[in-house]
Design a protein around this ligand. Structure first.
Ligand SMILES: Cc1cc2nc3c(=O)[nH]c(=O)nc-3n(C[C@H](O)[C@H](O)[C@H](O)COP(=O)(O)O)c2cc1C
Length: 391
């Protein structure tokens, strides 16, 4: 297999730890996608999101998440180990769009430390190519990813995101046009169908024919949104039939669910979204578990420190007119972070607060403790749903 991946340029880290120490700047090696053909069991991660190397560990990535997979969170994750690579929230692509400056800045800060993939959402080949070139000219992204999974009505209503799965011919055209514009890796992030998992057979046939470097699969249909267990058997089918690395996504919220997803799919990569917001040590813990090392066990107090640190980072990055706006912004994260703690009362109280001083007081009251941070979130069918079925 011909490797299409560009080598990642390494530059000195611009990210500093809170204690003043400089964050680790990793030397990225060569990519060897052709090794996948030699031995599937050796698929791994970095240097490049989709190229295989020689370690038996799957590549861990942070899922793209609108308004949440952002620089303040990335900095907090990095201080706790972090994933092997980051995927940005999506750049919106249409006739009049310009790449969002905050996302470009996030890529440029993080890309000296870990590879960052820029995700786009849209359906017009010409403007996707135009945007790809602009993103590549103004950022150090390691690759471009196209969103084929977003279930939001405002996106699907414009025949983009998950709705693209209904137009395989268009996906084919977009992938071919992007291929000649993309310097690094070209990947897709898909669901297993729009209405039904039965659509996956035809989609697999399509994906196998595309000039792409990898595929991340959120193991639900678009219709299932986030409210069902995932279908690991569909991801396993993709792993065993596609000629490029597959990344498994959906409902990885703990070490056990990560190991189960890895065991049940054999995927070259594991992508973690909401579970990584809630538990910023999860990437480190999964790596420790996969390599047989002792797994780090954070305490509630560590979670309190994370929440306060995230608040500081969001404050630093945002342009808030009032404290209340900042606290509202924080709630996009705290809904996930407080899941499974104090039987929901922490989240209830945080949801009602409008000031930073009461935010801190609530965090201290619930979390200033040596008790262990719960391994699992609440499987309440709202924010987290059906992850127990994975194990
Ligand atoms: C708040 C939020 C925003 C999301 N935004 C994006 C996005 O911009 N692009 C995308 O491909 N998926 C997006 N997703 C889907 C996630 O990338 C991921 O596929 C999904 O959350 C399942 O993974 P998880 O169970 O690990 O969270 C989003 C999910 C959430 C919860």
């Amino acid at each position: 297999m011909q490797c299409r991946c560009g080598k990642k340029r390494v530059r000195k880290s611009e990210l500093h730890h809170r204690d003043g120490g400089e964050a680790r700047s990793e030397q990225r090696g060569k990519c060897h996608a052709d090794e996948k053909e030699a031995d599937l069991s050796l698929l791994t991660l970095p240097p490049n999101p989709v190229c295989s190397g020689v370690s038996p560990l799957p590549t861990l990535s942070l899922a793209p998440m609108q308004d949440v997979s952002v620089l303040p969170l990335w900095r907090c994750l990095e201080r706790r180990g972090g994933p092997d690579l980051y995927v940005t929230e999506y750049f919106r692509v249409h006739r009049d769009s310009h790449p969002e400056k905050t996302i470009l800045r996030s890529i440029n800060e993080m890309s000296g430390i870990k590879p960052v993939i820029a995700q786009m959402i849209g359906n017009d080949p010409e403007h996707l190519v135009r945007t790809t070139k602009l993103i590549q000219e103004t950022s150090d992204c390691a690759g471009i990813d196209l969103n084929l999974g977003c279930p939001a009505p405002k996106v699907c209503g414009k025949a983009a995101g998950g709705a693209l799965l209904r137009d395989r011919e268009l996906i084919h055209r977009i992938a071919h046009e992007l291929r000649s514009a993309v310097r690094g890796t070209l990947t897709l992030k898909t669901r297993i169908g729009f209405d039904s998992p039965e659509e996956f057979t035809a989609l697999l046939e399509l994906f196998a024919s595309l000039p792409i470097d990898g595929l991340a699969i959120h193991g639900r249909t678009v219709k299932e949104k986030y409210q069902t267990p995932v279908h690991p058997e569909s991801i396993e089918r993709a792993v065993s039939s596609l000629p490029f690395p597959v990344t498994a996504n959906g409902n990885i919220v703990s070490v056990d669910t990560a190991l189960a997803m890895h065991r049940r799919t054999g995927a070259a990569g594991l992508m973690i979204g909401r579970g990584g917001i809630r538990n910023p040590w999860l990437f480190r813990q999964v790596k420790e578990a996969l390599s047989g090392a002792e797994v780090h066990r954070p305490r509630l107090r560590d979670l309190r420190d994370y929440l306060l640190e995230l608040g500081d980072e969001i404050d630093k990055e945002g342009d808030f007119d009032t404290e209340t706006q900042l606290v509202h912004r924080l709630k996009k994260f705290t809904n996930y972070i407080s899941s499974g703690i104090s039987e929901g009362t922490l989240n209830d109280e945080l949801r009602r607060t409008t000031s930073l001083s009461s935010f801190r007081e609530i965090c201290d009251r619930h979390l200033d403790s040596d008790l262990p941070f719960p391994v699992d979130p609440a499987d309440d069918g709202k924010l987290f749903c059906g992850f127990c079925e994975l194990v």
